[in-house]
Design a protein around this ligand. Sequence first.
Ligand code: CU
Length: 297
Amino acid sequence: MIKKAFAALTALVCLLFASGTFADQPMPWQATLQPAATPIMREIRWFEQYTLWFIVPITLFVLVLILVVCYKFRASANPVPSKTSHNTVIEVIWTVGPVLVLLFLAVPSFTLLTAQLTLPENPDVTIKATATQWQWNYEYEGSGEAPVAFDSYLLKEPDRASAGKTDLAVYPRLLAVDNELVLPVNKTVRVLVTAAPTDVIHAFAMPSFGVKIDAVPGRLNETWFRAEREGLFYGQCSELCGKDHAFMPIAIRVVSEDRYKQWLTTAASDLPGAYKTLIAAADGSAKTVDVAENVAK
Ligand SMILES: [Cu+2]
């Protein structure tokens, strides 16, 4: 209830003061986070707004104090400066005040961090994401004799036409990939993240899912998400990893469970065919793919 009231009030304030930046996609000068596609990201967005309710008043309060002091104690109005060195009341206030503020921030912050890194029991799907300079490799757990596994590279401009990805609004430059990670909607997905043994550190990040975790050689990190709507979501490697760091995007296509199963079955033997069927189905059902967050619809 309190959360909802906060969110509503914040949305109102944002609309009043920053109408141009309250949008569903990154835009020049955008100041807000991407819209949430998972429960965790919803909480992150709530926490961001909640934090602003502390930051903004404190900043304004300090600004007012500075202005008052500058004016009231200027040399011409106050030629003999005070030699006060202690004031118990003020010292108690400026100790207890920040402690209270930190408490109000720490409790929801730690709760959120815990939720983010506590894997739900019995995830529906487990995938492994391995980063290499400079692409991602995705592997699906236990899907038959030959588990589905493939590399995912940045979509190169000459390959757009043959891949059926000419629509720049859906497949933006530098974000679109050749093979997306396909996952079912409303299912708990466990993601194991690592980097190739002799490689460097990368990071698997999906802004609208509230996911960002390092891919470290020789170490298996674990995270999870539960996407609540279908669409094409874009993220990027988020750990500076070399000259092509900016060219190893992450694309996740969230589809219905039926389409996911169909894709997975076909992908085991015919990966390009599986994507063709999936893209055709998505384009046929909604004219354009429901692109999440990053690009215009
Ligand atoms: Cu990287």
